[in-house]
Design a protein around this ligand. Structure first.
Ligand code: COA
Length: 261
């Protein structure tokens, strides 16, 4: 049973949980409450075996998330801002979540919003989505992983240009630099996202989680260490009943019935 949240909504569709940041009149800007609630909800969903995949989106048609709530920046000290970022890190909660998280991006995806999308595993955008790290225009820099995750995803030159100019790019440009996996018309965004989410949610939860863990090592470790850890995680699959079920189902020419054991 989920506790109730003020700034976010939770919907469950089969094994997919959809989290909606629900501050449309503020373009879903991330205030402290939203960060806290988002991190708390992810903590709840971590151990919820009925959930295989999480989708994060923004309420309304205008914005995914238009960034950190700038109103909260006014008058804030360096130490307070640091503790806000460290203690209530929605970005870390997404990054360390053991199941796949898909960003369903339906409009402005700026600053901390772009960093939320970057922390997710897969990004699907509507044609009207736009992307940017405009912090430089406020005299600050990205603080939710933008300088690191954007650089790893699109390369140093593109990340430099986006972060140093603060320029907003459209969805097609974001696709062309590898920032998003797919761009679809607005009316197909949910269907496309749910198609991918449901396809993943049908797989064995253990192999999905271990595959995610192995892939995430690639941007953090050197190749030798990454390959060693991949072999260990690959071998760990052999400790699961799902591996026996997957292999037997193939040999018996039937669909596997994975149990997450
Ligand atoms: N923080 C706080 N409030 C925000 C916000 C943010 N990041 N983004 C939008 N809002 C608020 C606006 O202040 C406005 O509030 P109000 O109605 O009480 O005045 C409301 O959301 C609607 O914004 P508005 O600018 O009128 O909508 P728009 O559709 O014309 O423009 C944006 C949308 C996103 C282009 C514009 O709001 C914007 O540039 N936002 C800031 C983006 C940014 O710099 N993000 C990085 C922060 S580090």
């Amino acid at each position: 049973m989920s506790q109730s949240y003020e700034t976010i909504l939770l919907e469950r569709r089969d094994r997919v949980a959809i989290i909606t940041i629900n501050r449309p009149d503020k373009r879903n800007a991330l205030n402290i409450k939203t960060r806290e609630e988002g991190a708390a909800l992810l903590e709840e969903l971590r151990s919820d075996e009925s959930v295989g995949v999480v989708v994060i989106t923004g309420a309304g048609e205008k914005a995914f998330i238009a960034g950190a709530d700038i109103a909260e920046f006014a008058g804030r000290t360096a130490l307070t801002q640091r503790s806000v970022m460290v203690a209530r890190s929605l970005f870390n909660a997404i990054d360390t979540f053991p199941k796949p998280i898909i960003a369903m991006i339906n409009g402005y995806c700026l600053g901390g919003g772009c960093e939320v999308a970057l922390a997710c595993d897969i990004r699907i955008a509507s044609e009207n989505a736009s992307f940017g790290q405009p912090e430089i225009n406020l005299g600050i820099i990205p603080g939710g992983g933008g300088t690191q995750r954007l650089t790893r995803l699109v390369g140093e030159g593109k990340a430099m240009e986006m972060i140093l100019t603060g320029e907003i790019i459209d969805a097609q440009t974001a696709f062309s630099i590898g920032l998003v996996n797919h761009v679809v018309p607005m009316d197909q965004l949910e269907a496309k996202t749910m198609q991918i989410a449901s396809r993943i949610a049908e797989k064995g939860p253990i192999s999905v989680s271990l595959a995610k863990e192995a892939i995430k090592i690639a941007s953090r470790a050197n190749l030798d260490e990454g390959l060693r850890r991949e072999v260990d995680l690959f071998a760990l699959c052999f400790a699961s009943e799902d591996k026996d079920e997957g292999v037997n189902a193939f040999l018996e020419k039937r669909k596997p019935l994975f149990k997450g054991k």
